[in-house]
Design a protein around this ligand. Structure first.
Ligand SMILES: N[C@@H]1[C@@H](O)[C@H](O)[C@@H](COP(=O)(O)O)O[C@@H]1O
Length: 234
């Protein structure tokens, strides 16, 4: 794991967007994308950059079950607003939150990932060490699946909703098995509330109790963190 410590999230986003550009120049055309507050600065830099994604494919990690793509809380809406409007891709995939059949939706998404191997996957990390919506205890072998969100994730994500009761209880998530097949990975974390998860990911045992610890096994991971998220590393 290569660890880059930056001053703040603005510097982290700049660094990540430079790595996107480098990957694009090296031939990457399939980008795995993430949501949440962490990648916002990366998307801001990508929007300002001269990268043209019109010959690229994007595949997002996850989506809330039950939300339509037009719902402002959906991850599809987030992606349109923060990246796709300014930088359209040839094709952008996310799980469909309002899919009628969960089993079919999971299979459809696995086929998308299989048909379009991911060159560069961007990740955030939950306070409990989750990646995508792979909560602690998730098998490292999983492909796309429907997840029951933990109370800690619901509480953490409540800040994006009017009430905590409005946070969906389930999500579709790319599995850890699929994430690990990405050729390269950038994981970003900013702020002290991520320090514990970062320490467990980097120094802790390889354990399903901290899903992100699986990244110790991947041979091309760059971790971009600010000083606050790095405090428990030394
Ligand atoms: N499913 C997303 C994750 O992909 C994200 O990494 C995590 C952290 O979010 P934030 O960046 O807002 O702290 O939250 C959500 O649960």
């Amino acid at each position: 794991m290569k660890i880059i410590i930056v001053k703040n999230s603005a510097a982290g986003g700049k660094k990540a967007s430079e790595l996107f550009k480098q990957a694009y120049n090296d031939g990457a055309r399939v980008f795995g994308l993430a949501t949440g507050s962490t990648p916002i600065t990366t998307y801001e830099c990508l929007v300002k950059s001269d990268i043209d994604f019109s010959d690229c494919i994007s595949i997002n990690l996850d989506e809330y079950v039950g939300l339509k793509s037009t719902d402002p809380q959906s991850y599809r809406y987030y992606m349109e607003k923060n990246l796709f409007i300014a930088k359209p891709f040839k094709k952008s995939f996310l799980p469909k939150g309002d899919a009628l059949d969960a089993v079919e939706e999971v299979q459809r998404y696995d086929k998308v990932i299989e048909d379009n191997p991911i060159d560069l996957q961007l990740l955030g990390i939950g306070r409990n060490g989750h990646i995508g919506f792979n909560e602690p205890g998730s098998s490292f072998k999983l492909k796309t699946h429907k997840v029951a969100l933990t109370d800690s994730t619901i509480e953490a994500n409540a800040r994006f909703f009017e009430n905590e009761q409005d946070v969906p209880k389930f999500a579709y998530s790319m599995g850890i098995g699929s994430i690990m097949k990405s050729k390269s990975i950038i994981l970003e974390a900013f702020g002290e509330d991520k320090a514990e998860a970062i320490a467990k990911m980097v120094k802790g045992p390889l354990s399903e109790a901290c899903p992100a610890s699986v990244l110790q096994e991947h041979d091309n991971v760059t971790v971009i963190i600010d000083e606050a998220a790095a405090i428990k590393l030394s």
